[in-house]
Ligand binder design. Structure first.
Ligand code: TRP
Ligand code: ZN
Length: 849
């Protein structure tokens, strides 16, 4: 089907559709391999933009088509159809047949565990029926579902139902990517929410009957919190009588914001203390908020075309980050987000897959649901907010919602709202949307007669297709400390716009110590000459919690790097620094846990590469292990007390404060296990009444090379729980020794409950393998080849997940010639596979370029 040479789509080629849709009526006659979809669509010529009548359609079989009641015979290709149409308004009707039960790509209408469900973003609706499947074509939808299922759902409000049928109407004009349908034997966990204007909304979380019913309560509370938060903070009210969430086991991504009918990967909504870790709870809370917030940022205001994806995703991620901050600690959330951004987005920005937050061309749009579009996109919103200030930010947002409600909008529209409401010129700021790559911000300083000056230089390295880079607007939050640790200049935001720029502070009594890029005020790499003593000073005294953590992080990177290159024992300044933080009970336990966590092995590979050293993943692994032993020995006198405090949390609650204690407890346990051989970990595993502690105990044992018995116990205990078993599959691979990672992954694929059609299970095994730096980069290349072989197999089943997982290879040019040759061979082997999907061939092609 997809043999035709893949076409590149360009932002600059955007043209509105030649027709407007006034109304859509769909009837679904559900059947596993022969579902009939009957559509009746009212079209009208778009007088401002006349153009060809073209309906997208893929893998659908046309049974008949009519225009104004008369049979027509359209011209059909692999991509869709065209047809002669009348000059004025007309009604298009068609019946098509599709096969949900054999749809393993999980795009369009498919079945999962016996239930029917849909995934239409970005371009899945065209696998359901012929339609102008583009986000700027919007219409109200009426949907009739026919089938023998207890629950049959679609978007909007329920209209009527009877034996074997149900009708839904969504009054809010929407693009096809927000369409959804669910049918099956489902049970609802229900609730209600009274909106700010007093309207009652029925809330439901639908799951299959059986084990999942008691895992909905947390999600329901998260949904209510999100609805309230969006009213309180952004003044946004919900706009239908009902809001449904459905949990689905087979899903390519986390969740989907379909109007009034959000569909979730079951791992992103189902939670219970016994089966979910604290990290799961936090992620579920954030994703429920994210999808709910899309109701305004995405649905009421949608995107004109897919190049504008960051318009909804960057903003909605920013909003869910704000929400999570408000549930717990701003500092901890900011540190967690910065860790993710630096390790994964900076990696993308620095490699062959680098692209701007708003790309200007693509082959397969599914490949652009990236950490750059989402998380760097969110950073751009954060920078705007910092530059204009909170008050002007919310004023601009109010204008955005009132001016663009009902629109399919662009980044230009978004920035214009800020320009109009604040009077600022954002033309230079706009480069953040078009220029790929991470700016390097180099800083030096000078002091004379009470005046302290910071000199900054910025440079963005070339990225594929962009050799030349222009200077960016960089908000640099700075504070100054005196030599005895007092803050002499509270945080102020410097606005850098030039390639080189200096900023002075006068009236100082002595040379201060600068704290630069507080709160991680811009997604840049800060480069400066700093001694370990200076880093340790900031780690001890900085009043900005982000920079306090970041000073420790910089010190850890330095110590870790020296351990790899020279086998050096850790600098005492570092060990004393972490001991002081660990001992400081005034500090949030979650913060202390973050300070005690070493940079990942993948991050260290990049640190070494940036320092001009070819990283050896095995050496990095062993140096990290030795460093952890040294850390454990240095703080061994306080560990038992800290650990005991953290275990003393009372009845389980997933709130941020209790979770923070468990996080520090598990971190302490990891260190204790290096000293006691596993006694404490085995006890924690045996006594645990929640998954955070049970899994924490097991992980500590397995990482210490023991815990085989506990692993078996865990496997048997949770055999029937898919989501817990995903954790077991993942941990079994990630805790294997470097030499055993690939063979362990291979063995796990032979387990009866390994199912490559289930993306969660596939990701559990191969995501863990790709994330196990030392195991993935085993010198014999066995892990590369294993992943390559499985990606080739998966591509025939599920191109989207295959393409996403192929990014495991994106850093290949960091490594030595042998490893590069092995990876190149694997990528070339994938690229040469007959019938390879457009998704995967685009990704592999870009990585090989
Ligand atoms: N819009 C979804 C979100 O971010 C993302 C998403 C869910 C998606 N499923 C998808 C994107 C499938 C592409 C394909 O909330
Ligand atoms: Zn989203």
């Amino acid at each position: 089907m997809k043999d035709a040479a893949p076409q590149t789509i360009y932002l600059s080629d955007y043209r509105p559709f030649g027709y407007l849709v006034d109304d859509v009526h769909l009837t679904f006659q559900l059947a596993e391999t022969a579902t009939r979809v009957i559509s009746r669509i009212s079209f009208r010529p778009n007088s401002d933009h006349p153009g060809e009548f073209f309906l997208h359609g893929q893998e659908v079989t046309l049974v008949w088509a009519k225009i104004d009641g008369k049979d027509v015979t359209p011209m059909i290709t692999d991509e869709g159809l065209t047809c002669d149409v009348p000059d004025g308004p007309f009604v298009w009707e068609a019946e098509v047949e599709i096969s949900p039960a054999t749809n393993t790509a999980l795009e369009g209408l498919y079945t999962s565990g016996g239930m029917y469900c849909t995934q239409c973003e970005a371009e899945g609706f065209r696998k359901i029926t012929y339609y102008p499947d583009r986000p700027d074509v919007m219409s109200a939808f009426t949907v009739r579902i026919e089938g023998d299922h207890p629950v049959m759902l679609s978007n909007g409000n329920p209209v009527a139902s009877g034996e074997g049928w149900a009708e839904w109407h969504d009054p809010w004009p929407k693009p096809a990517y927000l369409f959804a349908l669910v049918a099956g034997d489902l049970v609802a966990h229900s609730g209600t929410f009274k909106t700010m204007s007093g309207k009652d909304v029925d809330l439901n979380i639908y799951v299959r009957p059986g084990a999942d019913e008691d895992k909905c309560a947390f999600g329901m509370e998260a949904l209510k919190r999100s609805m309230k938060w969006d009213e309180d903070v952004y003044g946004r009210e919900y706009d239908l009588d009902i809001f449904n969430i459905v949990a689905v086991d087979d899903f390519n991504m986390g969740a989907m914001e379909n109007k009034g009918l959000n569909i979730f990967n079951s791992s992103c909504v189902l939670a219970s203390p016994e089966t979910s870790t604290d990290a799961n709870f936090e992620r579920i809370d954030a994703i429920i908020a994210h999808e709910y917030f899309h109701n305004w940022t995405g649905n009421r205001i949608t995107c004109r075309d897919w190049f504008q994806l960051c318009l909804k995703e960057g903003l909605t991620v920013f909003r869910d980050q704000q929400y999570t901050s408000d549930q717990g600690s701003h500092a901890v959330k900011r540190i967690e987000d910065a860790i993710t951004l630096r390790s994964r987005q900076f990696r993308e920005d620095g490699g062959p897959l680098a692209h701007p937050v708003r790309p200007e061309s693509f082959i397969e749009i599914n490949n652009f649901y990236t950490i750059t579009v989402y998380e760097k996109g969110a950073e751009l919103i954060g920078m705007l907010k910092r530059l204009v200030g909170d008050e002007d930010y919310y004023k601009a947002l109010d204008l955005y919602f009132s001016r663009h409600d009902g629109d399919a909008a662009t980044i230009e529209d978004w920035l214009k709202v800020f320009e109009d409401s604040t009077g600022r010129d954002l033309s230079q700021f706009k480069r953040w949307y078009s220029q790929a790559g991470t700016p390097r911000l180099t800083v030096s300083d000078s002091y004379e007669d009470g005046t302290y000056t910071l000199h900054f230089t910025q440079e963005t390295p070339p990225t594929p297709g962009q050799d030349h880079k222009d200077p960016m607007v960089i908000p640099i939050a700075v504070g100054l400390l005196s030599q005895n640790g007092d803050e002499v200049q509270p945080t102020t935001v410097l606005e850098m716009t030039q390639v080189s720029q200096s900023f002075s502070f006068d009236g100082l009594a002595g040379k201060p110590v600068p704290s630069i890029l507080r709160d991680f005020s811009a997604p840049v790499i800060l480069q400066r000459d700093q001694t370990n003593a200076e880093r340790a000073f900031l780690m001890a005294h900085d009043t900005d919690p982000f920079n306090k953590w970041d000073a420790g992080e910089a010190l850890a990177r330095e110590v870790y790097k020296k351990a790899v290159t020279d086998g050096a024992a850790p600098d005492k300044a570092y060990l004393d620094g972490i001991a002081a933080i660990l001992r400081d009970d005034a500090l949030d336990p979650a913060f202390r846990a973050l300070v005690l966590t070493l940079p990942s092995e993948g991050d260290m590979a990049q640190v070494l590469f940036d320092a001009g050293v070819t990283p050896d993943p095995i050496a990095i692994h062993h140096a990290g292990e030795a460093l952890r032993v040294a850390m454990a020995q240095h703080v061994q006198d306080i560990l038992p007390r800290i650990y005991a405090d953290c275990m003393n949390t009372g009845p389980f609650s997933p709130d941020a404060k209790s979770a923070g204690k468990r996080s520090l407890g598990n971190t302490a346990l990891g260190l204790i296990t290096r000293l006691d051989g596993g006694a404490a970990a085995a006890k924690q595993f045996a006594d645990a009444d929640n998954m955070t502690l049970q899994l924490g105990g097991l992980a500590a044992l397995l990482r210490n090379g023991t815990g085989e018995e506990e692993s078996k116990t865990f496997r048997t205990q949770w055999l029937s729980d898919r989501l817990v078993m995903d954790k077991w599959f993942g941990l079994t691979v990630s805790a294997a020794g470097p030499d055993a990672a690939a063979s362990t992954a291979q063995k796990l694929t032979e387990e009866p409950d390994f199912d490559m059609k289930n993306p969660n299970r596939f990701r559990a095994v191969f995501g863990a393998l790709a994330g196990h730096a030392a195991g993935f980069h085993a010198a014999d290349g066995s892990a590369y080849r294993l992943l390559g072989d499985w990606l080739k197999k998966l591509d025939a089943i599920n191109p989207q997940t295959t393409a996403r997982m192929s990014t495991a290879f994106e850093t290949w040019r960091r490594y030595d010639a042998d490893r590069q040759a092995q990876i190149r061979a694997v990528l070339q082997d994938i690229a040469g596979t007959a019938g390879l999907s457009r998704d995967t061939s685009e990704m592999v092609g870009r990585m090989l370029e």
